[in-house]
Design a binder for this molecule. Structure first.
Ligand code: ITT
Length: 197
């Protein structure tokens, strides 16, 4: 099955390839540079995923999926949440975002045992400007300091999932995918795609 992933984040595309496997041919917007990703003006992951999926599906006939995801830190009232990609500024990189997050936790004197957090992923499926479904996954864990590991992307070096002693960045891609927010959202997406096929 052909799927267009409405993203310009190559790390997301890689994980979709790993998770969906051979049965799906996933291409992303790097093949369609003329198609703009809309500004993420929504107030929730669902609104933003939907916005991105609908916009791309109005431009191309493909079945489109879009992923909106991020990290919610309880002691920071759920921040960075939907602002995860741009927490330290519009063009911030992962290192800067991580630095800001750890700085905030230190500034607010948040003890190690109070650093609970979760990754959330919402995937919207759309075609011809209409949403066909929304799929969500989340994984609970905690923020660790200093960052550990060199795999994955984004906030992976500071996120240790519950029940494990490695951060996502220390795990193999297979181990991360098995338990990740994206892995869980894709599992439910896959069930829905079976019905469409
Ligand atoms: P697109 O909108 O083009 O898909 P983006 O990176 O801007 O790409 P989001 O707005 O959904 O996507 O932001 C997600 C951010 O949340 C991402 O840039 C990371 O900082 C973080 N994030 C999401 N999933 C993650 C994961 O599995 N591991 C680490 N960080 C993750």
């Amino acid at each position: 099955m052909d799927l267009l992933l409405a993203t310009r984040n190559p790390n997301k595309t890689r994980e979709f390839h790993e998770l969906l496997g051979q049965a799906f041919d996933v291409i992303d917007l790097s093949s369609f540079l003329e198609i703009a990703i809309p500004e993420e003006t929504g107030r929730t992951f669902e609104e933003n995923a939907t916005l991105k999926a609908i916009a791309a599906s109005k431009k191309l006939p493909n079945l489109v999926i879009a992923d909106d995801s991020g990290l919610e830190v309880d002691a920071l009232g759920g921040a960075p949440g939907i602002f995860s990609a741009r927490y330290a500024g519009e063009n911030a990189n992962s290192k800067e975002n991580i630095s800001k997050l750890l700085h905030e936790l230190r500034a607010q004197n948040i003890a190690t045992e109070k650093r609970s957090a979760r990754f959330r992923c919402v995937i919207a499926l759309a075609q011809d400007g209409k949403v066909l479904g929304v799929f969500e996954g989340l994984v609970e864990g905690k923020i660790v300091e200093p960052p550990r590991g060199s795999g994955g992307f984004g906030y992976d070096p500071i996120f240790e999932p519950k029940g494990f002693d490695q951060t996502f960045a220390e795990m193999t891609p297979e181990s991360k995918n098995k338990i990740s927010h994206r892995g869980q959202a894709i599992a439910t997406l896959r069930d829905a795609l079976r019905e469409i096929d």
